[in-house]
Ligand binder design. Structure first.
Ligand SMILES: [Zn+2]
Length: 423
């Protein structure tokens, strides 16, 4: 495991996939091999897999507990569609350096990802394996090296409930799960090996004494049906199922995140379907909705819910990394959601939230693909952008104007971690 940014060096870090039936030896669905020793150097991570009752006891029974009520903070970032179109798939020779070939794609945003306590990405496409051939649109299969690059960049949670999840059939999904199971520090969402594992292995990450639960759903699978005897394989939007799964995880986490693959492609405005589903999730006590799929940014809203609380909803984060030719320049621009959660005696609250515009830069022939935060994107880079041929006015200023139109006051055009550290 990499060493992560800590607000409180003494805090324990647990990555938990709670299971009623499985113990620490379980290796399914990203369950970690338990490290029972807590005698690590200060600041190092400690990983534990404990049943819920033991977790509760462990967090209560600290002999050095401070007399005052503790205040804990957690930062979470989330990005949208990570899509390897044909133009971004490197030739086999160039990708031969295992695990590093695609790292440079994320280099300009890596510090934001690493500094977050939890980092989420929507991985639009499968890792079905080399044998079935790598390809972009319409039936994607992405090289595993690109997945390795997500790990190296510092992501912790990877969503796979997308409309492209069945592009290579059931085998593609199984290979994708096999791939992530080799990276036990990564939690993946939306795909499952069995109904039992879907029902019992809840994805909950505990960090800085705050537990964050994750669920994920997609509107469909591009008309490629799931195997009839395996309806559990992909988490599809179905309000009955969602209500049941939310009710199962809600009591075990302080903060509940639901990832939603939904909405109308290329539309800056969210649809009535998204709005209704968002209110449904809010009324079911979901705290944060991370939307994606439209390939363009959509706004962030705070929804009131039945229990008097509020739910933050980002309707679409747009593309993260892509070489999509449709509807440029809007599909070049995406967003990185940043939130800072505070937990104290009064409960849990989102103390800060905003979206940093990000964009995929590539040059002629789609070489040198990189994701940049807009605040670091220069005129010099923009002049070299490969899409300037059909978007002559492509510039940092034109992207900023587009982001402002969609996000309004929720636009963040600086590194929020620098501000947080200076407090
Ligand atoms: Zn999609």
């Amino acid at each position: 495991m990499r060493v992560k940014f800590f607000n409180y060096p003494a805090a324990l870090f647990f990555l938990l996939l709670l299971s009623c039936s499985s113990g620490p030896q379980d290796t399914g669905h990203g369950v970690l091999a338990a490290e029972t020793s807590q005698a690590k150097a200060p600041g190092a991570e400690t990983l534990l897999v404990l049943p819920p009752q033991e977790l509760a006891a462990a967090s209560r029974a600290s002999p050095s507990e401070p007399a005052v009520d503790p205040v804990d903070y957690l930062t979470l970032i989330a990005v949208g569609d990570n899509m390897f179109h044909d133009e971004l798939i490197l030739p086999a020779g160039a990708a031969a350096v295992h695990g590093t070939a695609y790292d440079s794609c994320y280099a300009p945003v890596k510090s934001l990802i690493e500094k977050a306590d939890i980092a989420f990405v929507n991985q639009e496409t499968v890792f079905a394996g080399k044998e079935s051939g790598y390809s972009g649109y319409p039936l994607f299969n992405t090289p595993e090296e690109a997945g390795e690059a997500l790990v190296a960049a510092g992501f912790d949670v990877v969503n796979h409930a997308t409309n492209h999840i069945m592009d290579r059939g059931e085998k593609g999904i199984l290979n994708t799960m096999d791939f992530w199971d080799m990276h036990s520090e990564i939690a993946y969402l939306g795909i499952h090996r069995s109904q039992e594992s879907r029902d019992t292995k809840l994805v909950i990450i505990e960090k800085n004494s705050i537990t964050v639960g994750f669920l994920s759903y997609t509107y469909g699978t591009n008309f490629i049906p799931l195997p009839q005897d395996k309806p559990y394989l992909v988490s599809l939007i179905d309000t009955e199922v969602m209500a049941r799964e939310i009710a199962a995880i809600r009591p075990h986490c302080d903060f509940l995140v639901v990832s939603m693959h939904w909405g109308t492609e290329y539309e800056f405005d969210y649809s009535p379907v998204q709005e209704n589903l968002a209110q449904f999730l809010a009324d079911n006590q979901v705290d944060l909705i991370i939307g994606h799929h439209p390939h363009v940014l959509q706004k962030m809203s705070t929804l009131k819910r039945k229990d008097g609380g509020t739910t933050l909803c980002v309707y679409s984060l747009g593309n993260f990394l892509a070489a999509q030719k449709t509807m440029r320049p809007r599909t070049i621009l995406g967003g990185l959601l940043y939130i800072r959660i505070k937990k104290d005696a009064s409960g849990i609250n989102v103390e800060e939230a905003g979206i940093i515009p990000v964009l995929t830069h590539y040059e002629r022939g789609y070489t040198g693909a990189r994701v940049y935060p807009l605040y670091d994107y220069t005129e010099t880079l923009a002049e070299k952008h490969g899409a300037r041929t059909d978007v002559p006015d492509l510039s940092p200023g034109s992207f900023k104007a587009m982001a402002e139109r969609v996000l309004g006051d929720d636009l963040l055009n600086h590194d929020p971690f620098k501000t947080a550290q200076s407090r």
